[in-house]
Design a protein around this ligand. Sequence first.
Ligand SMILES: Nc1nc(=O)c2c([nH]1)NC[C@@H]1CN(c3ccc(C(=O)N[C@@H](CCC(=O)O)C(=O)O)cc3)C=[N+]21
Length: 291
Amino acid sequence: MQFLDGLKLSKEIKEEIKQEVDLLIEQGKKTPHLAAILVGQNGASQTYVSSKIKDCEQVGFQSTLVELDETISQKELIAEIQKLNENDEIDGFIVQLPLPKHIDQEEVINAIDPKKDVDGFHPANFGKMALDMEAFIPATPFGILQLLSRYQIPTKGKHVVVIGRSRIVGKPMSILMGRKDYPGDCTVTLVHSSSENIENFTKQADIVITALGVPNFLKGEMIKDEVVIVDVGITRVEDATATKGYRIAGDVDFDSVRDKASWITPVPGGVGPMTRAMLLQNTLLAYKRNS
Ligand SMILES: Nc1nc(=O)c2c([nH]1)NC[C@@H]1CN(c3ccc(C(=O)N[C@@H](CCC(=O)O)C(=O)O)cc3)C=[N+]21
């Protein structure tokens, strides 16, 4: 079994981006500028957003964090989004999810200018992606494609089973893996919370992409030998021995799959860091398209 090392690959990608930014600076040009809207102070969201801001600093991007009170109204939040849409200094921005319960997430995403939607969450970007048109691909699926291609994992004609149908990971991933392209050109099965006998499908999979958020869900007896496993799960599990009081658990029961899998993404250090690197990549893309 070998690791698809997302931490290492994300560092390489960040280094490539930094070199492009250094060139822009040499030429006296503005550098890409990412903004993030954070509503409320949910612990995990806070950490993720600050790491995205830190990433920007590392590669030489400008960044702006818009922190809003969790009692903000729908209307006020949309007004904040419109400000960023109209701000020529901002190349791309994200609205960190999840949002407070009183906010209509769909309406918020719809308010984002698709040209600045570096998360690739807007229906216009989703539709273009599904039709093989130029679009922003959501950072996590984009990162998984990068992992598969940089490690030269064969995908053509392979059977991929995607577990989970979220708009951010499962749904786009199932579409991308079915495209007539590399990585992709797969036979795709999408299983989800209503699927019966999931193991009947995973047992036939050459590639399993699990985005469920249930620690230890995927076990050795559910997969065949030589399978490639992409673990998108990032559940925080209480752990008194860990410095932060919690550790990050994937969807895969690592000990039971390790002797069967050919390749696996570790958690942490797999898909997570790649997501962050691809957000930077999308921001650079937005900058280039707008300038
Ligand atoms: N508008 C929006 N865009 C997002 O892209 C978005 C979001 N909302 N809401 C939350 C999820 C989650 N997400 C992660 C990104 C990186 C790691 C990551 O770097 N994980 C590290 C561990 C980090 C840790 O220690 O907590 C790893 O897996 O190695 C995790 C999760 C982006 N999301």
